[in-house]
Unconditional design. Structure first.
Length: 86
């Protein structure tokens, strides 16, 4: 079963940065992975203020941070530009 991708307002704004960058193909592949299996490694479980969220590297500077709503089969993209939404 696949998951739906849901973007927060912040992630929608950041996605515009992605579209105008050279990261567009990497992000597209990352979203495809999240759609099919958000628990597929490699990912990092976050702690502290972002406890319950996960992070995946886009490149050395940028990461995608997301939460999984298993009961709804949603992957909520919190941010995807800079390191943990800095």
């Amino acid at each position: 079963m696949s998951y739906d991708i849901v973007f927060t307002k912040q992630a929608v704004k950041e996605y515009q940065n992605i579209l105008s960058s050279q990261l567009k193909d990497k992000v597209y592949r990352l979203l495809q992975t999240l759609r099919s299996d958000p628990f597929q490694p490699p990912f990092e479980k976050l702690v502290g203020d972002l406890e319950g969220a996960y992070s995946r590297r886009i490149n050395i500077q940028h990461r995608s941070v997301y939460k999984i709503e298993e009961e709804k089969k949603h992957v909520v993209i919190i941010c995807m530009w800079t390191h943990y939404g800095d």
